[in-house]
Design a binder for this molecule. Sequence first.
Ligand SMILES: [Zn+2]
Length: 278
Amino acid sequence: MLINAKQMMIDAKDGHYAIPHFNINNLEWTRYILEECQELDEPVILGVSEGAVKYMGGYVTVANIVRGLVQDLDITIPVVLHLDHGTYEGCFKAIDAGFTSVMYDGSRLPLDKNIANTKEVVNYAKDKNISVEAEIGAIGVAKENLDNEDIYTKVEDAVKMKETGIDFLAPALGSVHGIYKGEPKLDFTRMEEIKEATGLPLVLHGGSGIPDDMIRHAIDCGVAKLNVNTDLQIAWTKGVRELLNLDEEVYDPRKVIGAGKANLQQVVKDKVELLRNK
Ligand SMILES: [Zn+2]
C-alpha cells in the first residue's frame, strides 16, 4: 500500500515513536527493505536522493520499481515513496512520476527564498495529496565544522516555515550526513522548543552513527522520522566484501549483490525496533 506520510507522521509524533526512513539505491535494496518491514509489520518510508534517482534511471523508473515490488511481493504495510533532499525542479518531477512524498531542500538559499519555494511545492503537492518535508538551517556533512551557531535552526524561522503548510520539518540541530567524527552533539533543548512552537513532526537526518539513547531522547523531543542511509551502505558493503574475499570464483551477480542482504536487513530490523520506542 503506497500512501503519503501525513497521517503516519502525526500518529508517530503523538504516540512517541518514529517512522524509519531508509534510503534505496537499486531494486535489490528496495526489495530487502520492503520484505524486512513486512516481516516486522511496520510502516516504512523509502527515501530516494536525486543522485539515486539518476543512478536508477529516473523518477518514473524508481516509482515503477517500488510500485511493482509492492504489488508482486504482496506488501501490505504502509509504504511511502519519498524524494530525499529534492531540488525545486526535482520535487515537481517526483510528484508527477508518482512519488507520494517529497522533501524540498532549500536550506542553502536565503530563508525568504527557501520559504517561497517551499510554499510553491506545497501548493502543487496539496492538490495531489502528497506530503511535504522542508529543511531550514543546514544539516551538515561529516567533514564540516559544526561549531558555527548560524547553521542551527532558529525557532522563529521554524515557525515561519510552518506557515507554508508543510507536513513535517527537518531542523538542523547538529546531526550530519556520513560518518560522525566523535560523539554527535544534538541540541535537544532547541529541538523541544521547535516542537512546541510549531507542533510539527520533526525529522532527524544523518541517523547513522547516533547512539541509541540519543535517538530515544530525540523522539521524546518530537522526532517522528529518522533517516538512515550510511549504516545501510556500510552493512551491505561489508557482506559483499566478505564474499568476494572468501570466494574468488564467484561471478553470479545475484550472489554478489545478495551477499549484503542479511547485513542490510539486520540494520533495518535494529532501527525499526529502536524507533518503536517500546
Ligand atoms: Zn538528509
